[in-house]
Design a protein around this ligand. Structure first.
Ligand SMILES: Nc1ncnc2c1ncn2[C@@H]1O[C@H](COP(=O)(O)OP(=O)(O)OP(=O)(O)O)[C@@H](O)[C@H]1O
Length: 295
C-alpha cells in the first residue's frame, strides 16, 4: 500500500494570495478526487506534489520518505499530467514518448519500446503513433498526457483538471482510461467537475481557499444530507427571494423551467419536495457554509 502524507502545507504567492493554507491530507492507493472551485489552490497543490514548486512551510512524505527534502525520491515514482500540456510541434507521439522515457531514466531501448507500445495501445493511440502530437484533438492529447504520465510505472500519478474542455464523448473515454489504471497506485485527480469525482473516485476532499473543508467517500458524504435537500420548480423572478432567505444549493434550467435545490431541516415552503441528495448538493452546501462562515 502506497501512502502520501501531506502535512501543514502553506504557500503564499508574492502578490499576497494564500493559495495553500496549512493543508494536511493523507492519501492511499486508489483514485482520490480533489474537488474545488477555480482558484481554490488545486493546481498549486498538484504542482507542489509534482515537485515543481516548493511549499513555504510543511512537509510531504511518500511511503515514509520526506520528499520535500529529497525530491528525487518522488520524481522517480511520479507521473504528472499538468493542466496545460505543451508539446513540441512536428514530433510524433511515439518519438515524444521515447524522449520523455529517456528523461525519466528508462535507459534500456527495448524496455522503452515495450512500454511505449503498451501505453499507446492502452490509450488507443497506437494507430496515431506516427502523427505529431501537436495535431491531436483535445481528447487525444489528454490520452497522450496519460500515456506519458504512466511511463516508468509510477506509484503516484497526479492529474490536474484533465477533462476541462473535452466534449462528452472524449471525457467519457478519458475517464474510462483513468479507471483502468488500477487500484495499486495512488492517482490524485483535481477537478472542478463534481461528476468527474462521482464517476471515478472512492475518496475525495473539497478544497476551498487553500483549505481542506472535508474529506471522505463521496457516497457517504452525500448521504449526510439525507432528509435536508428540497426541490421545486420556480419562476425565475422568485430566485432572488429564495437566495436571500434560504440556503440555495443550485438552480438549473430544465425544459425551460427553473428547478432549484434548497438545504433546509424541514419543508421550506409549500410545493417543495424532498429529494435524495446528490454529490453536487453536498459540494455546494460545503462551499456555501465555508463562505458564510468566512463572511
Ligand atoms: N504564480 C502565481 N502568482 C500569483 N498568484 C497565483 C499564482 N498561481 C496561482 N495564483 C493564485 O493562487 C490561487 C490558487 O490558484 P490555483 O491555480 O492553485 O487554483 P486552482 O484551484 O487550480 O484554480 P483553477 O482551476 O482556476 O486553475 C488563485 O487565486 C490564483 O490566482
Amino acid at each position: 500500500m502506497n501512502k502520501l502524507e501531506i502535512k501543514h502545507l502553506s504557500k503564499t504567492y508574492p502578490n499576497g494570495v494564500k493559495a495553500l493554507d496549512d493543508l494536511s491530507l493523507t492519501i492511499e492507493n486508489g483514485m482520490f478526487g480533489l474537488l474545488g472551485p477555480n482558484g481554490a489552490g488545486k493546481s498549486t497543490l498538484m504542482r507542489t506534489l509534482a515537485m515543481l514548486q516548493e511549499p513555504q512551510t510543511g512537509e510531504i512524505f511518500f511511503n515514509g520518505v520526506n520528499v520535500v527534502s529529497n525530491p528525487d525520491q518522488i520524481r522517480s515514482v511520479l507521473g504528472y499530467l499538468p493542466q496545460e500540456f505543451g508539446v513540441y510541434p512536428k514530433v510524433s507521439a511515439r518519438n515524444l514518448l521515447d524522449h520523455i522515457a529517456v528523461l525519466k531514466g528508462i535507459s534500456n531501448r527495448n524496455e522503452r519500446k515495450d512500454q511505449i507500445n503498451f501505453l499507446l495501445q492502452q490509450t488507443n493511440l497506437y494507430e496515431h503513433r506516427k502523427k505529431a502530437v501537436s495535431t491531436f484533438s483535445g481528447g487525444m492529447r489528454q490520452r497522450f498526457g496519460i500515456a506519458q504520465a504512466l511511463l516508468g510505472n509510477p506509484k503516484l500519478v497526479i492529474v490536474d483538471e484533465p477533462t476541462a474542455g473535452l466534449d462528452p464523448e472524449e471525457r467519457n473515454r478519458f475517464l474510462n482510461l483513468l479507471s483502468e489504471i488500477g487500484e495499486q497506485i495512488i492517482i490524485v485527480l483535481s477537478t472542478h467537475l463534481v461528476d468527474d469525482v462521482l464517476d471515478l473516485c472512492s475518496k475525495m476532499a473539497i478544497l476551498n481557499r487553500g483549505k481542506i473543508l472535508c474529506q471522505g467517500n463521496p457516497l457517504e458524504l452525500t448521504a449526510s444530507l439525507t432528509g435536508k435537500v428540497w426541490v421545486k420548480k420556480v419562476h425565475k423572478s422568485e430566485l432572488s427571494l429564495y437566495r436571500q432567505n434560504f440556503t440555495l444549493l443550485s438552480s438549473k434550467l430544465e425544459a425551460g423551467e427553473t428547478k432549484i435545490h434548497l438545504l433546509a431541516d424541514s419543508c421550506p415552503d409549500p410545493g417543495f419536495e424532498l429529494v435524495s441528495p446528490n454529490l453536487e448538493d453536498f459540494y455546494f452546501s460545503t462551499i456555501h457554509s465555508a463562505t458564510a462562515y468566512e463572511g
